[in-house]
Design a protein around this ligand. Structure first.
Ligand code: AMP
Ligand code: ZN
Length: 490
């Protein structure tokens, strides 16, 4: 089956041709770990998690690199004094690397509760300072960059003079860019306001600093992604992803750096995930229009009327295509919860089904055609909402099967079981809440049984009886047999 990917560089859906057969190199810009991620960030990382899962489902061997930006990310005004890490470390009275650690741990925790798979490599900007210095030197040597006052800037005009077309991804015209840019920082240092920093000289107050041929400083944000993607995926790789808002200037600068350093466009397919909005406005920390994922899951927030399990959030997000804007709302979440429950009910019916009321030939459900449609949706630029709509055709069929109004052969039933479970749990990455809760309950009861056995061994019969009686009062009966202690729930 052919996979088609919407390429933001050409604005067209293109047939995907990997550089190496059956292998995919994918780089996704990671978080800037100076504060908690918000739900919008989660949406983008989830979109690429779904893309990663789909690529693996389609049989590709994927090297998935997602970086951690842990240095050098200035606020939008570009003022060196506004380094996000340094500012936050002052605010929280912590070392910048403590800030980095604190929010990296938070980031991993959040992605874990939404069942995102870890990337295969997760490199950090601070772990690749040497590579960034080397790239900067190379750009100076080849005439694409210049040093000024201990900082180094990429020379956009020199790049364009070589016919390399700065602005090709965001379709911005360089003259317009020059006319519309006000440079707030480094006015006197840069030749042109559009020139961007590869290396920034650190002021005495700037605590995150490294030695370089141009004095002590820190790398510019755009350069880290070029350094890490080149190191782990090569000068040219298959897929580069990130949120829509990174197209300009971040990804535009990555293209320029890649072309200037290696003489080739670094990426074959650029993919951009669309934004999560709340109250119709883009979710963003700076405007205060955001929600912290943990507050949604715990219900401790003013926006939602109740708490929602992370897998419901996941289902809600995947009901929209990754290239569409998604507005989060209480009503939509409630509807997703209902849909999810019906989906899980159908999976339960399916997994416990054996019989057939009618034969395959009488059945209105054509397994092969259904499976093809599902795979086509996945292959059509990772269309999760269309996949989900096909899954619900199977859901409707399964409810009829339960009422014995429909039939399916044992062979097709097994195929449907395998396919449905794979789509729901592996590809969409949803979690069966009821089953998970049951296994958690089982784990907790095993702990209590073990504690009761220890109490009996040490002849603390008061405690062992108390455990048995208290559980019985809750409707859980412990039975001691030759095989050990088992329990039954009334
Ligand atoms: P940052 O840590 O700010 O670099 O953001 C991490 C990722 O989240 C980037 O890929 C952003 O494009 C993405 N992002 C930021 N805001 C939103 C939003 N409201 N909806 C979806 N993705 C977002
Ligand atoms: Zn990046």
């Amino acid at each position: 089956m052919a996979l088609k990917i919407y390429n933001s560089l050409t604005n067209e859906k293109e047939v995907f041709k990997p550089i190496h057969e059956n292998k995919v190199g994918m780089y996704v810009c990671g978080p800037t770990v100076y504060s908690n991620v918000h739900l919008g960030n989660v949406r983008t990382f989830m979109s690429f998690d779904f893309i990663y899962r789909t690529l693996m489902y389609l049989g590709y061997d994927v090297r998935y690199v997602r970086n951690i930006t842990d240095a050098g990310h200035l606020t939008d005004d570009g003022n060196v004094e506004n380094d996000r890490f340094v500012k936050q470390s002052r605010l929280e009275k912590l070392e910048p690397m403590e800030i980095v650690q604190k929010y990296t741990v938070d980031f991993h925790k959040v992605l874990d509760i939404f069942n995102l798979l870890p990337p295969t490599i997760e490199p950090t900007a601070t772990g690749h300072i040497i590579e960034q210095i080397e790239l900067t030197q190379k750009l100076i040597d080849t005439g694409f960059a210049y040093e000024s006052n201990g900082s180094v800037y990429f020379d956009v005009l020199a790049y364009n003079a070589k016919g390399l077309n700065y602005g090709e991804l965001s379709r911005r015209n360089i003259e317009e860019l020059f006319a519309n840019t006000r440079d707030l920082d480094g006015q006197s240092e840069k030749k042109n306001p559009q020139d961007f920093a590869l290396w920034k000289s650190a002021s005495p107050a700037h605590i995150m600093r490294w030695n370089s041929p141009w004095g002590e400083g820190f790398p510019g944000w755009h350069l880290e992604c070029t350094a890490m993607s080149t190191k782990y995926l090569g000068e040219k790789f298959d897929i580069h992803g990130g949120g829509m808002d990174l197209k300009f200037p971040h990804h535009e600068c990555e293209i320029a750096q890649g072309k200037a350093c290696n003489g080739t466009n670094p990426v074959n397919y650029w993919m951009h995930a669309n934004m999560l909005t709340m109250n119709g406005q883009r979710m963003s920390k700076s405007t205060g229009n955001y929600i912290i994922p943990m507050d949604l899951v715990s219900g401790e927030n003013d926006f939602f009327q109740k708490a929602f399990h992370p897998t419901i959030v996941r289902f809600n997000f995947l009901q929209a295509h990754y290239r569409s804007v998604l507005d989060i709302s209480n009503d939509a979440m409630v509807a997703s919860e209902k849909g999810f429950q019906r989906l899980m009910e159908a999976v339960k019916i399916l997994n416990s089904s054996t019989g057939t009321a009618k034969s395959d030939s009488e059945s209105t459900f054509d397994f092969t055609a259904w499976k093809n449609k599902c795979d086509e949706a996945l292959g059509d630029d990772f269309n999760s909402p269309i996949l989900i709509s096909h899954l619900f055709e199977a859901v409707n069929f399964l409810f009829k099967l339960k009422e014995r109004k429909e039939g399916i052969s044992a062979e097709n039933l097994e195929l449907l079981k395998a396919a449905m479970n794979e789509y729901v749990f592996q590809v969409l990455g949803l979690q069966n809440i009821e089953e998970n809760n049951n296994s958690k309950l089982d784990q907790a009861l095993q702990v209590l049984i073990e504690l009761r056995n220890q109490a009996r061994k040490s002849k603390n019969f008061d405690l062992s009886d108390q455990i048995r009686d208290r559980l019985l009062a809750e409707g859980i009966e412990l039975k001691d047999g030759r095989e050990g202690t088992t329990y039954s729930i009334q």
